[in-house]
Design a protein around this ligand. Structure first.
Ligand code: HEC
Length: 136
């Protein structure tokens, strides 16, 4: 009888310890899985935290000066000049999307793909096109 009581006690105690042990390890693992810091990227809902801007977009005039200037400031191969009236005609006839698409793929052999700005984003190319069309 004494032996039975003792083994019952041991059984209860060890079960309790196992349950407590599991709870602890669960919390510890959850703690360890928490990210060290939270980064809120641009475009995400960041609450009151300001988003991190991953890359700074170059302005239209910056892209133009670095890549488009050589032809569109000189009119070589009849490249339309900055602010030329001809731009409005192209815009009206083709639409902004086609002008961007033609800038990306290149146009009529004489206009090189991406206007030579190989790492330009669509936003940067569009800004450069806007600069070409409207000037400053
Ligand atoms: C090597 C010379 C050259 C460079 C560099 C160049 N262009 Fe051009 N681009 C041209 C020429 C020439 C045309 C006229 C093509 C035609 O209409 O036959 C043209 C036409 C265009 C057009 C009109 C396309 C259409 O569908 O009518 C756009 C928009 C344009 N360029 C944007 C750019 C941008 C933006 C850059 C710089 C990122 C750039 N170009 C760099 C030569 C160049």
């Amino acid at each position: 009888m004494q032996f039975l009581k003792l083994s019952f006690l041991v059984a209860v105690l060890s079960t309790t310890l196992i349950v407590i042990g599991q709870d602890e390890s669960k919390e510890t693992v959850q703690d360890r899985l928490q990210p060290f810091g939270n980064i809120c990227m641009q475009g995400e809902d960041c609450g009151t935290v300001a988003p991190i801007t991953v890359s700074v977009s170059r302005s239209g005039v910056e892209v133009y000066n670095a890549h488009c200037f050589a032809c569109h400031a000189t009119g070589v191969s009849e490249a339309p000049l900055v602010g030329a009236e001809e731009w409005q005609t192209r815009l009206d006839e083709k639409g902004a999307e086609t002008l961007l698409a033609n800038t990306k793929t290149g146009f009529n052999v004489v206009m090189p793909p991406m206007g030579t700005c190989i790492n330009c984003t669509d936003t940067e190319l569009q800004a450069a096109i806007d600069y070409l069309i409207y000037g400053e």
